[in-house]
Design a protein. Structure first.
Ligand code: UTP
Length: 291
C-alpha cells in the first residue's frame, strides 16, 4: 500500500440546483470563474500539491467536464490556421494537464456515495477529496498544506476555517482541541452537522478538502442514508473517528463557495482584481460605481 497521497477524487455528480437555470445544461463545475471553469481551479491545485491521478465523479448530462480536459481537434486546428499560438498553447495545456479518470454516479445519492464510487480506482491507499465548488486561493496550495499534515501525523485530515459568530451554523463543525505544538492542527473528537450557533462545538467549520485513509470506503459502504436520504461523507468520517485518529487543519488562505451565487460573485471580484490583464481596469470600474 502506498503511503503517499497520489490520487484526488473530485465529486461532481450533483445537480447544482442553486445555480438553476444555468445548470440545466451546463454542469455547475463548468461555470466560469473569470475565464476558467471552477473544476479547473481544483485540478490545478491538486497538481500543484503533487497529485498524479485525478478521479472525477460525474453524472448524467455532465460530459462537458470530460470534453474540457480532452483534446479539442477542431478548436486547435482553427487556432493554428489563424496563427493564434498563445490560445493554442492554452487549449493544449488544458488537455495535457493531468491523468484524469471519470466514474459515473448513476444517481446523486450524496457526497459519501460519490466518494464511494471512486473505491476501485483509489484502491488501498490514502487519497484526497476536493469539492470543486470550494475554490481556494492559497500559497502553498491548501491541499499541499494538508498533505504535509497527513505525512507528519499519519491520520486523515479535514480542512477547516475559523468562523466566529452565527455563520458557523451553515457548516459541519469540528469538535476537538488544538495540538500543543501546532495550534492550526486539531485533534478531532467529533463533528456536528449545521449546529445552532449556541451548540457549535468550536469555531472550526469543515470545508471541501479532505485527506482520507482508504478505511473510509468500507465504512461508507455500511453507512445508512442520513439527512435528505443521501449517504453523507460526514457520517463515514464519524465512523472512521471511532477507529483511527482524524485531524482538523486550519489552512492558511481564502476559500470561496463558488457553488453559491453570492460566493461566486465574491470569488469573481477577488480573482478578477488579481488578474494582471484585468485588475487595474476592474478596480477603477468598481471605484466608479455609486454604491
Ligand atoms: P453540493 O451539495 O454543493 O452540490 O455538493 P449540488 O448538490 O450539486 O448543488 P446544489 O446544492 O443542488 O446547488 C458538493 C459537491 O459534491 C458533488 C457536487 O457535484 C458538488 O461538486 N456531489 C453532490 C456529487 O458528486 N454527488 C452527489 O450525490 C452530491
Amino acid at each position: 500500500m502506498s503511503k503517499r497521497v497520489r490520487k484526488a477524487v473530485f465529486p461532481a455528480g450533483g445537480l447544482g440546483t442553486r445555480f438553476l437555470p444555468a445548470t440545466k445544461v451546463i454542469p455547475k463545475e463548468m461555470l466560469a470563474l473569470v475565464d476558467k471553469p471552477i473544476l479547473q481551479y481544483g485540478v490545478e491545485e491538486a497538481i500543484a500539491s503533487g497529485i498524479e491521478h485525478i478521479i472525477v465523479i460525474t453524472g448524467r448530462g455532465k460530459s462537458a467536464m470530460e470534453d474540457h480536459f480532452d483534446v479539442s481537434y477542431e478548436l486547435d486546428a482553427a487556432l493554428e490556421r489563424r496563427g493564434k499560438n498563445d490560445l493554442l498553447a492554452l487549449s493544449r495545456s488544458v488537455s495535457s494537464m493531468a491523468r484524469i479518470s471519470y466514474v459515473r454516479q448513476k444517481e446523486p445519492l450524496g457526497l459519501g456515495h460519490a466518494v464511494l464510487c471512486a473505491k476501485e480506482l483509489v484502491g488501498d491507499e490514502p487519497f484526497a477529496v476536493i469539492l470543486p465548488d470550494d475554490v481556494i486561493d492559497a500559497d502553498p496550495p491548501c491541499l499541499q498544506q494538508m498533505i504535509e499534515v497527513f505525512d507528519e501525523k499519519g491520520g486523515s485530515v479535514l480542512a477547516t476555517m475559523t468562523i466566529e459568530g452565527p455563520g458557523i451554523s451553515a457548516y459541519g463543525v469540528l469538535a476537538g482541541s488544538p495540538d500543543s505544538a501546532n495550534p492550526r492542527i486539531y485533534n478531532c473528537t467529533g463533528m456536528v452537522e449545521k449546529p445552532k450557533f449556541a451548540d457549535a462545538p468550536s469555531t472550526q467549520a469543515i470545508i471541501g478538502r479532505y485527506v482520507l485513509t482508504p478505511r473510509v470506503f468500507a465504512l461508507l459502504e455500511t453507512t445508512a442514508p442520513g439527512a435528505g436520504g443521501e449517504i453523507q461523507l460526514t457520517d463515514g468520517i464519524k465512523a472512521l473517528l471511532k477507529e483511527e485518529k482524524v485531524y482538523g487543519y486550519n489552512f492558511t488562505g481564502k476559500r470561496f463557495d463558488a457553488g453559491d451565487k453570492f460566493g461566486m460573485l465574491q470569488a469573481t471580484v477577488e480573482f478578477a482584481l488579481k488578474r494582471p490583464e484585468l485588475g487595474e481596469k476592474f478596480r477603477a470600474y468598481l471605484k466608479g460605481l455609486e454604491l
